[in-house]
Design a protein around this ligand. Structure first.
Ligand code: PGA
Length: 300
């Protein structure tokens, strides 16, 4: 069966007017054009849709069925129009964001405030490490991503919006807490709890130590900053985490940031999407919101 919306439109006009002539007037068509479209429709379906009894035009049983479908189709199209209108006005739609695990400490809060301004926008937040996040961007799994500096070889649009300082943390009773300007070589002798391979944070720490001619002694690797903080405050060893993740622990004095020479390691957060991706009005609104909400702009 091959029907066109135009044919259904004409059929609906004839059915509601009970007349080819009045339907033709309503649609600004000639009466033969209307009759021809109805004839084609009947041929297509293989059943008569109207019967002429005397001067009156009636719907056949098949015609009545078709009219029911037409009404439902019109209703659906009106709904679709409403949805598109509200998408244009940013009141509806879906926003898919993927963030690097470390960014989740501020991303969820930002999404919550964005959602207060756009209560009918459905939000989906995926949290994963840098390696998996890059895979997600490749398969077009998100509208926008928040991550550390993305690799230059990927065709991405990346806007830096905030600093991400990495710091050495210790439990508040650790002897090094009392010292200032601790040499990096001294810190390198201490075992460290760090993030897993594949994490952007881990990659930066290793590169930083390597650039200073040092290497890390890893006491444990963990895939969540939460676990690193727990392990450090329980006395496992020192740890290195993003300062975004320890706000609460510093307030409650469960952890302390050590004063280490050449630290913190300053990284940056980037808002990222594929260059060829056509951002929805909601994704554009979120990126504007994020860039204006993040007051802690980078130093360079
Ligand atoms: P991650 O994030 O350490 O949680 O992977 C930082 C990044 O994207 O570089």
């Amino acid at each position: 069966m091959h029907l066109t919306l135009r044919q259904l439109n004409i059929f609906q006009a004839v059915a509601t007017q009970s007349s080819y002539t009045r339907a033709a007037e309503e649609l600004h068509l000639t009466q033969p054009a209307v009759s021809m479209q109805i004839k084609q429709l009947e041929d297509n379906i293989g059943l008569a849709l109207f019967e002429q009894l005397g001067k009156s035009l009636f719907l056949t049983e098949a015609g009545q069925e078709l009219l029911g479908y037409c009404e439902r189709i019109s209703e659906q199209l009106r709904d679709a129009e409403d949805v598109f209108d509200s998408m244009k006005e940013l009141t509806r739609g879906k926003l898919n964001i993927t963030v690097a695990s470390t960014a989740n400490y501020f991303a969820a809060r930002l999404l919550a405030s964005f959602s207060q301004e756009h209560p009918d926008v459905k939000l989906s937040l995926k949290v994963t490490n840098r390696e998996h996040l890059l895979k997600d961007i490749k398969i077009n799994g998100c509208d926008l991503a928040i991550m550390g500096k993305p690799p230059a070889e990927l065709d991405l649009n990346a806007t830096v919006f905030m600093e991400n300082p990495l710091v050495v943390v210790a439990p508040a009773n650790h002897p090094l807490c009392a010292e200032t300007n601790i040499p990096l070589s001294r810190i390198a002798k201490e075992p460290m709890v760090v993030r897993e391979q594949g994490s952007g944070t881990r990659f930066s720490i290793e590169r930083f130590f390597h650039n200073h001619g040092l290497s890390l002694i890893v006491s444990a690797e963990m895939s969540a900053s939460e676990s690193i903080k727990q392990a450090v405050s329980a006395g496992l060893s020192l740890g290195i985490v993003s300062s975004h993740t320890i706000e609460l622990e510093l307030e409650t004095k469960r952890l302390q940031v050590l004063d280490v020479e050449n630290m913190p390691i300053i990284r940056h957060w980037y808002l990222v999407h594929r260059k060829e991706k056509k951002l929805s009005p909601i994704a554009l609104a979120f990126s504007e919101f994020l860039l204006s909400a993040t007051s802690n702009k980078p130093r360079n």
